[in-house]
Design a protein around this ligand. Structure first.
Ligand code: NDP
Length: 450
């Protein structure tokens, strides 16, 4: 007989949620974590990143405030103070996560866990036997193998830099690269963003990508498209001498690679249990998060479905309800909204126009591009873009996208409507809240020219 009903490997969003809910359903649960409870999101991802985004945005707020009558003098930016305050909050959240687990009756363990077989987890010199094993080990940054890449950092290290870099190169065109380029530029670091493709944020609606690209360039980011790093060397003072594929060189204090993440499976010894991996090293699972082995399950980034915290928690919760709560259900991966906390931010749900045109016969789009009210009496030239993508045959809104202040907050509400299958006519029938930016989603009446 097994010692546990469930052993969870990985104390991030997905693992913690699954462990707590399963224990709440009466299961005997242990969870193992090799670093700190909270996972990437809490410890070195979404939460500390958002604090840095707030920090970076003050720069513009101070400028704007002068036009609203404030006589502000800014005496510079104190990076160590931000890091210290951020760390205090992360410590608090780490404690909360552990308490949530213990209070739910989960046995909280530390160490690097691996599989002995399909029902046994090795943790140090202990063997934990379990009816079910859930792998929720997340992902880890991927850095390409270029000469001198050891002189670069990833998002793991950026949260602990002792000093603010005066200059930085950020490599990549995804969420993390665009967010950190905005953070660095906002706090006064001279920032270059290098992306190998023709436009940042591949996969998003093209108008949204182009709009954001224009805005970040206006804010001073040196955006180099269709460029990559060839090599990195150290100069005599320890700065990074970077040679780019266009033949130019730059010397900077920091090179941050944000070129994607890979599933964290190396230490798990999955083959001992016969668990198969997919082509990217991910653990393939069915809709109930079951691997090819009946007793082994996986949720979150390690499965490479949608790498977002709320998706991992949704998967973990559905797993626990199904197998320990007598409530069979699975995570729904359709119409998952997301935000890029760039400056300005993006909020998005559903299909971009290009994707919609591939999947639907007749697509209409409605867009509005404008300067928000707040900026009309400032020198801030930032412009906001909102866009709806509609299936012209059914009038259903199949995509909503925005670049502009509060995009994440606005899009969360819009996402409910889109998830519920709202039609464009429902958006039109909804009375706007005036004056707000969000009301624009209810007042777009003219179709875009095709
Ligand atoms: P992404 O997959 O979003 O982006 C990776 C970027 O790196 C792409 O632009 C990719 O280019 C580029 N790239 C990949 N390999 C190379 C290479 N060898 N040389 C140069 N460039 C390369 O990964 P991130 O690391 O930004 O984020 C990982 C995931 O974490 C995201 O996909 C997202 O799901 C999640 N996340 C979510 C956030 C949020 O919700 N706000 C914030 C941060 C992360 P190409 O497009 O050409 O492939």
């Amino acid at each position: 007989m097994s010692n546990y009903d469930l052993v969870v490997i990985g104390g991030g969003s997905g693992g913690v949620r699954a462990a707590r809910i399963a224990a709440g359903h009466g299961a005997k649960v242990a969870i193992c974590e090799e670093f700190r409870y909270g996972g990437t999101c809490v410890i070195r991802g979404c939460v500390p990143k958002k604090m840095m985004v707030y920090a970076a945005h003050y720069h513009e707020d101070f400028e704007d405030s002068r036009h609203y009558g404030w006589n502000t003098t800014v005496e510079g930016f104190d990076w160590p103070r931000l890091i210290e305050n951020k760390d205090t909050e992360i410590d608090r959240l780490n404690g909360i996560y552990e308490n949530l687990l213990s209070n739910a009756g989960v046995e909280v363990l530390y160490g690097t866990a691996s599989l002995v077989d399909a029902n046994t987890v090795k943790l140090g010199d202990q063997n934990l036997t379990a009816d079910k094993i859930l792998i929720a080990t997340g992902g880890t940054p991927f850095l390409p193998n270029i000469t001198g890449v050891e002189h670069a950092i990833s998002s793991n290290e950026v949260f602990h830099l002792e000093e603010q870099p005066k200059s930085a190169i950020v490599v990549g065109g995804g969420y993390i690269a665009v967010e950190f380029a905005g953070i660095f530029q906002g706090i006064g670091t001279n920032t270059t963003l290098i992306y190998r493709g023709p436009q940042i944020l591949r996969g998003f609606d093209n108008d949204i990508r182009n709009h954001l690209s224009g805005e970040i360039v206006k804010k001073g980011i040196d955006l180099r498209l269709e460029t990559n790093i060839e090599s990195i060397a150290l100069d005599a003072s320890g700065r990074k001498l970077v040679t780019l594929t266009d033949g130019t060189t730059q010397t900077v204090d920091c090179v941050l690679y944000a070129t994607g993440r890979k599933p964290n499976v190396e230490a798990l010894n999955l083959k001992n249990a016969g668990v198969e991996l997919g082509p990217k090293g991910e653990i393939p699972v069915d809709k109930y998060s079951r691997t090819n082995i009946d007793s082994v399950f996986a949720v979150g980034d390690v499965t490479d479905r949608i790498a977002l915290t709320p998706v991992a928690t949704m998967e973990g919760h559905a797993f626990a309800d199904t197998f320990f709560g007598n409530n069979e259900r699975f995570a729904d991966h359709t119409n998952v909204p997301s935000a890029v906390f760039s400056q300005p931010p993006i909020g998005s749900i559903g299909l971009g126009e290009e994707q919609a045109r591939e999947e639907y016969a007749n697509v209409d789009t409605y867009s509005s591009e404008f300067r928000i009210l707040k900026h009309t009496i400032t020198d801030n030239t930032e412009r906001t873009l909102m866009k709806l993508v509609v299936d012209a045959d059914t009038d259903v809104v199949i995509g909503a996208h925005m670049v502009g202040p509060d995009a994440a907050e606005i899009m969360q509400g819009i996402a409910i409507a889109v998830k519920a299958g709202a039609k464009k006519a429902d958006f039109d029938a909804t009375v706007g809240i005036h004056p707000s930016t969000a009301e624009e989603f209810c007042t777009m009446r003219t179709k875009d020219a095709k």
